[in-house]
Structures are given as structure tokens and as C-alpha cells.
Design a protein around this ligand. Structure first.
Ligand SMILES: [Zn+2]
Length: 316
């Protein structure tokens, strides 16, 4: 049995969002410490990624050059808040963000070179709110979007599915692939809620129409509600699309203990959604799954949820 890979680098802790910010380095510390103590530890292959020389080239596949330069120069100038919201950075954040993208690309490499089938990337800053030309919601570069394009252009993958179960809608990923039928973007999220997008009517446009699927969920939705949508709608849509590669935008902030949102999931839901995703991966993508951390802000709930997610990846 192959192990599950875990991409993590201590430099991910250097992205400092300031006192009291929910997206803090302790999130990764909690995940790593919990996994090292868990029964899973011997089934995990720890991977410390290297910064890629060509990482900016890949970022530019999904972001405008002006976006990359805005992030770089703003951080160089010492600006701490990059938007009108809550996307705070520190002097190291640009390098950390490049290392986060490098980490997910290393994950894609390991999967397509056959070293591992499933990899979880414990990276920060997160990515799914970052649009082609703007930072947003703690996100600088869209890690999963870069990973999807990279897999397509480097390994000849045609159809990529991105499943986003972060409690917030992944407006950035949706925007980047809105007209692209080669990337199926599926999101389950609290709605109405931040960032405001993600209604069922948003389905993509042009050739991409039908390749964005939003499942807005009312506040208070529980495990049963999520698994019903997953079984009745998400899995059939994936069966129809037949993805050659599956990427998960793995946010764990729909957990009932999360301080930012109002959902009622237990960590069991993340295990079950992972199993259902894996069934699709085994059918169409030789089991290949790249999972990338997005949100999740209660440290204990986050650590236990990641453990459950990895348990399901390991078991299959
Ligand atoms: Zn979130």
C-alpha cells in the first residue's frame, strides 16, 4: 500500500497575518503536531518542498502579470493589508506564497511520476478566493488553480475536477475557470455568506457553461445534508465528467466548532466526502488526488478534521 504524501515546510509559518487574525501559523502547527501523534503517522510520507525557479511562470498561467507584480511590490514596500478586507501580509509573505505554490506543484509531480497517488498539501496562505487579478479573503495566489493548469500542461491531463468543500465559496477558482470546459469546478458552501458568490445559477459561461457547479447550503447544514448533496449531485456530476485528475480545495471551516461560519459538520463528514471523492478517483483517475488546505480556524477541529480526511485517503 502506498503512503499518503504530506507537503509541509516550516517556512509556511513565516507568513504573519498579525495579532488576532484567524488565518495564523498555529493552524499548521496544530495539524502537524496532531498527525505526528496519531496512528496515521507511519502511513504518511512527509515531503518538504523546494522553491521552484519557474514558479512565477506557472502562477502567470492563472493570474495576470499585474497581479503578481502588485503582490510582490506591495510586500516589498512593507504594506501590511493588500485589500480593503482582511488579506494581511508580512515581509516574508511573498516568498511563502511562492513556496506554497511550489509545494502543490511538487505534489502534482510526485503523483504523476507515480511515487504517490494521494497527497495533502498543508500550505498557507490559502488560495481559493484569489482571482486572476485580485487578492482576497486571506488568499494571494490560487494554489489549486495553478496546480490544475500545471497538471494539464506538464502531464497532458485533459480533464481536471476541483472539488471545493471549504465553507466559503471559491470565487477565485470559479472566476479563473469560468469559461473553461476542461476544468470542472464544484463547490459546496454556506450561502448566502462571504464572499457573496456561488448561487446555483452561476454555471460557467461560453464553452465553460455547465462546468461550474455550485451547491449553496443554508447555515446550520449538517453531515447528512452535505452527504445527501454529495451522493445525489456531486458524485453523479463527477461520473459524467470523468476527471483524469482530482484536486480538492480542502477547507475544514464547515466544522461545527469553527468560529468563522455557521455549519454543523463533524469531522466524520470530511472522511465521508473524501471516501466518495476517492471512489470517483479510483474509477477515472487511477486514484490520483491532490488535496490542498484552504480554511479551518478552530485548531482542534481543524487537526481532527485533517486526520479524518487523511484516514480516508490512506484507507483506499
Ligand atoms: Zn473558508
Amino acid at each position: 500500500m502506498k503512503k499518503v504524501g504530506l507537503i509541509y515546510h516550516e517556512d509556511y509559518l513565516k507568513h504573519d497575518t498579525g495579532v488576532g487574525h484567524p488565518e495564523r501559523k498555529e493552524r499548521l502547527v496544530a495539524i502537524v503536531e496532531h498527525l505526528k501523534k496519531s496512528n496515521l503517522s507511519e502511513k504518511i510520507e512527509w515531503i518538504s518542498p523546494k522553491l521552484r525557479n519557474d514558479v512565477e511562470k506557472w502562477i502567470l498561467k492563472v493570474h495576470q502579470p499585474s497581479h503578481l507584480e502588485f503582490v510582490r511590490t506591495s510586500i516589498l514596500k512593507g504594506i501590511r493589508l493588500l485589500d480593503f478586507g482582511d488579506t494581511y501580509v508580512s515581509k516574508d509573505s511573498f516568498d511563502v506564497a511562492l513556496l506554497a505554490v511550489s509545494g502543490v506543484l511538487e505534489g502534482v509531480d510526485k503523483i504523476f511520476k507515480g511515487e504517490l497517488d494521494k497527497i495533502f498539501c498543508a500550505v498557507r496562505p490559502p488560495g481559493h478566493h484569489a482571482e486572476s487579478r485580485r487578492v482576497m479573503g486571506f488568499c494571494l495566489f490560487n494554489n489549486v488553480a495553478v496546480a490544475g493548469r500545471y497538471a494539464q500542461e506538464t502531464y497532458g491531463v485533459e480533464k481536471v475536477a476541483i472539488i471545493d468543500w471549504d465553507v466559503h465559496h471559491g470565487n477565485g477558482t470559479q472566476e479563473i475557470f469560468y469559461e473553461d470546459p476542461s476544468v470542472l469546478y464544484i463547490s459546496l458552501h454556506q450561502y448566502p455568506f462571504y464572499p457573496g458568490t456561488g448561487s446555483r445559477e452561476e454555471k460557467g459561461s461560453g464553452k465553460g457553461y455547465g462546468f461550474t457547479l455550485n451547491f449553496p447550503m443554508p447555515a446550520g447544514s449538517n453531515d447528512e445534508d452535505y452527504l445527501k448533496i454529495f451522493g445525489n449531485e456531486v458524485s453523479p456530476a463527477l461520473e459524467k465528467f470523468q476527471p483524469e485528475f482530482i484536486i480538492i480545495s480542502a477547507g475544514f471551516d464547515a466544522h461545527q466548532d469553527d468560529p468563522l461560519a455557521g455549519m454543523k459538520l463533524t469531522e466524520e463528514a470530511f472522511k465521508m466526502m473524501t471516501k466518495l471523492t476517492n471512489e470517483i478517483a479510483l474509477k477515472f483517475s487511477q486514484g490520483k488526488i491532490l488535496s490542498v488546505l484552504e480554511g479551518g480556524y478552530n485548531l482542534e477541529a481543524l487537526a481532527r478534521s485533517v486526520e479524518n480526511h487523511l484516514m480516508a485517503l490512506v484507507e483506499m
